[in-house]
Design a protein around this ligand. Structure first.
Ligand code: IPD
Ligand code: CA
Ligand code: CA
Length: 265
């Protein structure tokens, strides 16, 4: 299928799934606990993922499919085409009617994202990128900001499902915010990455994320002229959970190696 047509089809699917989030009712009765602290899934996560799986695989037959609600069940995303999707990024927000959740869809080729779509139905904001073709918000090209860290807005995720990372997350956040302007925490890593891509914030980090949280957003950041990597600037991979940073080009990484090495309660 022609790439532009494929992109438009994927955006249409993301928007259809967004409508499901907007019309969700009685969410409290459809919440189930998963492994890890404060980690929930709702019937909507499962339903949206099932729709994504069947419609996306119709578009690219034979592609691998890695979605949060199937977990890493041996799906190999390193060869050929693979969809890496989060049916609802920001599930805790969704269960609270907080209106900061999105659908995140990446298409990877030989282990690297080549297409990414992040759709936030609450704001009717659809971010997309194709490898080498720039990043867009509702069809308008976007760019990472030219601000420095000192002028910067810092975003972070607290790696909430792993209790051991809470203290370290706040230490790393302090290292950055003490050199910057201020801090925010949205509850959706994919939305945070798009905030860096669109120049609304300058730096994002989270000490543990899974590929479905960042595959689409990372490509959108890179195509907007920003950088993604781990906390030391090493390249991201898309086959296991890891620490993720995203930054505007004028923002330098801060040395946090002592925080990462220390055992903290
Ligand atoms: C979570 C969100 C959150 C981040 C967590 C993610 P979920 O995804 O992106 O911002 O802090 O680490 O797991 O569970 O809502 O899909
Ligand atoms: Ca997620
Ligand atoms: Ca999710």
């Amino acid at each position: 299928m022609q790439e532009e047509h494929l992109l438009q089809e994927i955006i249409a699917i993301a928007k259809d799934c967004g409508s499901i989030l907007l019309s969700a009712s009685d969410i409290e009765r459809k919440i189930h606990q998963k492994a890890g602290r404060g980690n929930f899934v709702t019937d909507y996560d499962s339903r949206v993922q099932a729709i994504l799986k069947s419609r996306l695989l119709e578009l690219v037959p034979g592609a691998a499919f890695l979605g949060e609600e199937d977990q890493m069940d041996g799906t190999d995303v390193s060869k050929g085409y693979a969809f890496i999707v989060d049916p609802i990024d920001g599930t805790a927000n969704f269960t609270r009617n907080y209106h900061a959740s999105c659908i995140s869809i990446a298409l990877a080729q030989d282990g690297r994202p080549v297409l990414g779509v992040v759709h936030n139905p609450y704001l009717e904001e659809t971010f997309h990128a194709r490898k080498g073709m720039g990043a867009y918000l509702n069809g308008q090209q976007i760019h990472a900001s030219d601000r420095t860290l000192a002028e910067g807005l810092i975003l972070f995720g607290t790696a909430p499902y792993d209790e051991k990372l809470i203290r370290k997350s706040f230490e790393v956040a302090y290292r950055y915010v003490s050199r910057a302007e201020d801090l925010r925490r949205s509850g959706s890593a994919a939305i945070d990455l798009c905030m860096v891509a669109s120049g609304r914030a300058e730096f994002f980090f989270e000490l543990a994320l899974s590929p479905w949280d960042y595959a689409a957003g990372a490509l959108i950041v890179e195509e907007a002229g920003g950088f993604v990597g781990d906390l030391q600037g090493g390249a991201l991979t898309y086959d296991h959970s890891q620490a993720v940073t995203a930054r505007a080009p004028g923002v330098e990484l801060v040395d946090v190696s002592d925080v990462l090495e220390n055992d903290m309660p």
